[in-house]
Design a protein around this ligand. Structure first.
Ligand SMILES: *Cc1c(COP(=O)(O)O)cnc(C)c1O
Length: 377
């Protein structure tokens, strides 16, 4: 049995053919393919503007810059995310105010209100594993307090809420096309928005703040970077997005199989997708019961030895040494518990139902074995 990773890319002949065509063409960076991919992102989600970047990290940075986040601002965000979500506003001198999460890994929308101060500029929720956050409530809190909502939907391209795709539900939405995200451009990201002003700023920020004038003349009108996507990446985006719905269907089949197998489990919880929601199922997170917490390292090692490429998502961002040094000890009860108990098991579009059966069998066997050990000290 080959090793099954918690997530993996799916590159096929059409993807390779597209890349070869680009490599044989005169244009290697941000050109026709990138534009075609941006249009496809708009068509798929219904957003007015899609501005691609060379990673979601650059896209986050671009989004925060475009709306003027700066020194002294506060941003309410989730600690259960990849560090880049918080890192990119810390680089601007803004302060992350982490809000606790729920057991599904998403920000606890009921706790946002009390964290708002006169310095708060934006709310940055993360759709954990692809499950949409409670965006309607978050938007209404934001509206009451005149805050922006920037959704880090790096896991959630293709997810939707009541028929509306993630990408049109916040002021700006960020997607990642890193190798193992819902679709890949090898490295890449995008900001989607309906706001023309942000779109204009984002395009300037990604390319040195320069606009073309006549003949050789160009003008740098604001500070900017080289955050551009290559044509090679753009081409992958064009072929991959055509297959997104097939990928999501497959990951939902695998997840549905697990949901069924695990429905009466007492030793762990799984992430429940609410009615009206579709999840990209970027990850299949499992939350172990407290009596398994102290065995998590052994469980993790044993699952890996048995061929399951499990992973843990995520260490709360405030537990990283950089953040401890900068902001001191922070401790949010559910986020801490979430980290103690979470394991992501293999779930991706390259898996068959037989693979899923294999994963579920091994997982149940290992979990049951450790349930007798307990956590007594
Ligand atoms: C992957 C990820 C990022 C960073 O994406 P890159 O494209 O690798 O820069 C940011 N936020 C979240 C939630 C992610 O999962």
């Amino acid at each position: 049995m080959t090793r099954l990773d918690y997530s993996t890319q799916c590159i096929e002949e059409d993807d390779i053919k597209g890349v070869m065509e680009v490599l044989n063409s005169p244009f290697l960076t941000q050109g026709r393919k990138v534009e075609e991919f941006e249009k496809a992102l708009c068509d798929y989600t219904g957003a007015k503007y899609a501005i691609t970047f060379n990673s979601a990290t650059s896209a986050l940075s671009g989004a925060y810059l475009a709306c003027g986040i700066s020194e002294g601002d506060e941003i309410i965000t989730s600690p259960i995310s990849f560090v880049a979500t918080s890192n990119m506003f810390v680089t601007l001198g803004a302060r992350p105010v982490w809000c606790d999460v729920k057991l599904d890994g998403n920000i606890d929308e009921t706790q946002i209100q009390r964290l708002i101060t006169p310095k708060t500029k934006a709310i940055v929720p993360v759709d954990f594993a692809g499950k949409p956050v409670a965006i309607e409530l978050i938007n209404s809190i934001a509206k009451q307090h005149n805050l922006l909502v920037i959704q880090d939907a790096s896991h959630a391209l293709g997810s939707s809420m009541n028929g509306k795709k993630i990408g049109i539900l916040a002021d700006m939405t960020i997607f990642s096309f890193h190798a193992i995200k819902p679709i890949t451009t090898s490295e890449g990201g995008a900001v989607l928005t309906d706001n023309e002003e942000y779109a204009k700023e984002l395009r300037l920020i990604r390319s040195h703040g320069m606009i073309k004038k006549e003949l050789w003349n160009s003008d740098m009108v604001r500070m900017g970077y080289n955050f551009r996507m290559t044509e090679v990446a753009g081409s992958l985006g064009v072929t991959q997005i055509k297959k997104l719905d097939t990928f999501i269907k497959k990951r939902n089949e695998i997840s549905a199989y697990y949901d069924e197998r695990f429905k009466n489990e007492k030793l762990f919880l799984t992430q429940k997708i609410s009615s009206g929601q579709i999840s990209s199922r970027h990850l299949y997170p499992v939350i172990l019961a407290p009596q398994l917490h102290c065995s998590k390292e052994d469980i993790f090692k044993e699952l890996q030895e048995l061929g399951l490429g499990v992973q843990v998502h995520y260490k709360p961002i405030y537990q990283n040494s950089f953040y401890k040094e900068k902001f001191g000890e922070i401790s949010l009860p559910v986020a801490n518990d979430f980290y103690r108990s979470e394991i992501s098991i293999p779930c991706h579009q390259q898996m068959s139902l037989e693979d899923a059966e294999f994963v579920a069998d091994i997982f149940l066997k290992v979990i049951n074995k450790y349930s007798f050990r307990g956590c007594s000290f």
